[in-house]
Design a protein around this ligand. Structure first.
Ligand code: G3H
Ligand code: 13P
Ligand code: ZN
Length: 332
């Protein structure tokens, strides 16, 4: 058993309470590689922001769970080396799909886990979440649950409101499951294609796709029913048009990629939404920088030559999110 406390990591409890009270959100950035980890830590230290570093099942398969845990431990030490006396870094399991996976992470240094029972029938989601909470709380690890299903591009986001979280369920769910935070579905979705062109309108000036707005009425109803309770938004990448354009200008093919407009995430951050998940924007920032580099310097073959600008571009994106969208800067 390795406790996250020995590694200098923190759980989400205090950080979420401060974020809800302060009207800002904590960034939850996924990481799979050394360069993502370095860029996240540099951005968090330079902006004096708490940060959640999250690991998906896919990341564990790609990079090895043990290595990622040691990287998070390294992140704490790296933050100190960069001059941050008291880093607030959470190591979080993203989309845990079983008790066994959550337990394995809790036993191996994670300070927070998500148990995603959102695809299960309501009572089964409660039972599974409760089982994880009971184990996690013994070790002071915090638990994120999910209620409602995030729509994918294949779903009719604009019309399939039945996928949205039902506000009338949230009090019962949070009370009976004992979860510490709740991911809700109000129109965000994973990936770089969050909406089909048919679900969007076109800006007559730019010709770019304008996605349908998030369901803020549902968010506000949930806030009313669970005052001060930490709410999480998944699928919150903005899919920056300049990165998509750079990728497409240098041999990529991402037609009609579309994300969540930043002004809506800014608005959500001021509410009980206190954790905002961003993965795709990091992938886009990395890919855009690498494609541009390869195009401009075809003779380069030392990975450090193209991973350095990739890391710098991700850091710029992380800092922008922290300062200009989530408002978690200057909180350490
Ligand atoms: O929720 C999805 C995250 O973006 C992680 O994606 O499973 O491909 O690592 P992944
Ligand atoms: P994006 O695909 O919008 O970055 O969402 C990431 C996410 O929700 C990870 O859990
Ligand atoms: Zn997610």
């Amino acid at each position: 058993m390795t406790s996250y406390k020995e590694l200098g990591l923190v759980n989400t409890r205090e950080m979420f309470a401060k974020a809800v009270a302060g009207g800002y959100a904590i960034p939850a950035f996924n990481f799979n590689t050394l360069e993502q980890m370095q860029a996240i830590v540099q951005a968090a230290v330079e902006t004096k922001s708490p940060v959640i570093m999250q690991v998906s099942k896919g990341a564990r398969n790609y990079a090895n769970g043990t290595i990622l845990r040691y990287m998070a431990q390294g992140a704490v030490e790296y933050a100190k080396e960069l001059g941050c006396e008291n880093p607030q870094i959470v190591l979080h399991l993203d989309h845990g799909d079983s008790f066994e996976l959550c337990k394995d992470c809790i036993d191996n240094g994670f300070s927070s886990v998500m148990i995603d029972g959102s695809a299960l029938p309501y009572e089964e989601n409660i039972a599974l979440t409760k089982k994880v909470v009971e184990y996690a709380h013994k070790y002071d690890v915090t638990v994120e649950a999910e209620l409602g299903v995030l729509a994918g591009v294949e779903d009719e986001v604009a019309s399939e409101v039945s996928h949205y979280t039902k506000p009338e369920e949230v009090e019962d769910f949070s009370k009976r499951s004992g979860c510490d935070s709740l991911a809700i579905s109000i129109g965000t979705s994973h990936g770089a294609y969050k909406f089909t062109p048919e679900q969007c309108t076109r800006d007559p000036k730019t010709g770019k796709l304008v996605p349908p707005p998030l369901a803020f009425d549902i968010l506000h109803e949930i806030e009313k029913r669970l005052p001060g309770f930490p709410i999480v938004l998944h699928g919150s990448s903005s899919v920056p048009q300049d990165e998509v354009d750079t990728i497409n200008a240098h041999g990529g093919k991402l037609p009609d990629a579309v994300g969540i407009p930043e002004e809506q995430l800014r608005e959500a951050s001021k509410s009980a939404v206190c954790k905002i998940n961003i993965d795709s924007d990091s992938r886009l920032a990395m890919t855009a920088a690498i494609r541009k580099h390869f195009d401009e310097k075809p003779g380069d073959f030392d990975p450090r030559q193209y991973l350095k600008p990739a890391r710098e571009n991700m850091k710029k994106m992380y800092m922008h999110k922290i300062i200009d969208v989530l408002g978690s800067n200057d909180k350490l």
